[in-house]
Ligand binder design. Structure first.
Ligand code: H2U
Ligand code: ZN
Length: 349
């Protein structure tokens, strides 16, 4: 093998939010690909689809009829993964056989009546309405003392297992903390005990100085590729001040978040000129003690690696050992920064 720059050496990076490591192997990028090539999903959809379960006025699989909604639309999931009555589940508590009921609720949030418009194609004010709906559901769900945490997420694209192309997200509210949230709470709390300050605000300040992983920003939010990113084009969206939950944001900040989400998701779509698949979501402070240490943020986990049809697989070493990436977070940030904030579909018109 030719002499390599030391920067190209395999190394591991630490994720201070979860306490886990990721293996980075920059020299492997030139590896040829003769593996799976995905089918390109349909990019053109009708404004209204009479067979869509989520379009206004249609009957769901539920079977309930949707109202003729004009903006966002929230409903209780007809096939919920969580049920409020699960508190009475007869659990077990021995060392090797432990289980407990997980009472909770699941909801679906449609972004818009339009079947054909994903997040980057909505206007900033329409995205602000979506954030408003997420905020309101967070508030309402946490009024129930049996709910400890509200998980808001969007699975976008067939590649991420999304069952319906109508733009929508889900909310799963649980009585215990999901694993990832528990890890992030523990690490943020331990960081504050040790350093007397916020982990994510401190991280943001240092990233703003280094600037090499910043993708885009406005007055109130920054999107960056985290130093410890696992997915090829993973990003983290951070507020500029301390805020635990969506309900802590004021109207100006919600508008700023909408602006940033439009710009970031447009860059994603432009990267490979396709509707960019991802799982994204918020992590927000749980009800639990110590929640004051928790800083609101969003994660975007997109699976694509080198084109709309070649994805990153988390297999072998990743499943048995630890996550691994070839493209460095800095290269990913460069690519996203080079990507335009004018959507390719708009550019074609
Ligand atoms: P996903 O596409 O991310 O799977 O989300 C769609 C959700 O919508 C899914 O959780 C729900 C499914 O249960 N759904 C309904 O509640 N009613 C329907 O009529 C169709 C889909
Ligand atoms: Zn639809």
């Amino acid at each position: 093998m030719a002499v390599m720059e030391t920067r190209q050496y395999p190394h591991r990076r630490f994720n201070p939010l979860t306490g886990e490591w990721v293996l980075v192997s920059p020299h492997r990028l030139l590896r040829p690909w003769q593996g799976k090539v995905e089918r390109l999903p349909e990019d053109q959809r009708p404004r209204y689809d009479p067979d869509c379960y989520l379009c206004p006025g249609n009957t769901r699989a539920g079977p309930v009829r949707n109202p003729a909604y004009q903006s966002t639309f929230v409903f209780d999931n007809d096939f919920p993964a969580l049920l409020p009555e699960a508190a009475t589940f007869p659990g077990e508590s021995s060392a090797l056989f432990r289980s407990e009921g997980e009472p909770g609720r699941c909801q679906v949030v449609c972004f818009s009546p339009r079947h054909d418009l994903s997040l980057p194609e909505l206007s900033v004010s329409q995205i602000a309405a979506v954030i408003g709906a997420w905020t309101e559901q967070t508030r309402l769900l946490l009024e129930d003392p049996g709910i400890a945490h509200v998980q808001i997420f969007e699975n976008k694209g067939e590649l991420m297992g999304c069952s319906n192309p109508h733009p929508h997200s889900q909310i799963w509210a649980t009585c215990h903390l999901p694993n990832e949230v528990q890890k992030e709470l523990d690490h943020q709390r331990a960081y504050r005990e040790r350093h007397g300050s916020s982990l994510l605000l401190g991280y943001l300040a240092q990233e703003q100085q280094r600037s090499e992983r910043i993708v885009c920003a406005n007055q109130h939010f920054t999107a960056l590729v985290p130093y410890w990113a696992v997915w090829p084009f993973e990003t983290l969206v951070l507020p500029h001040r301390a805020a635990g939950r969506l309900t802590d944001l004021n109207d100006k900040e919600i508008d700023a978040l909408a602006d940033l989400l439009k710009r970031l998701t447009t860059r994603y779509d432009n990267l490979f000129q396709c509707s960019f698949p991802y799982s994204m979501g918020f992590h927000q402070a749980p009800r639990t003690e110590g929640a004051g240490d928790f800083q609101l943020h969003m994660h975007f986990f997109p699976p694509l690696l080198r084109s709309p049809v070649v994805r990153k697989f988390m297999v072998g070493f990743e499943m048995l050992g630890m996550p691994q990436r070839d493209l460095t977070p800095e290269q990913a940030a460069d690519r996203l920064r080079e990507s335009s904030e004018v959507h390719y579909k708009e550019d074609r018109r």
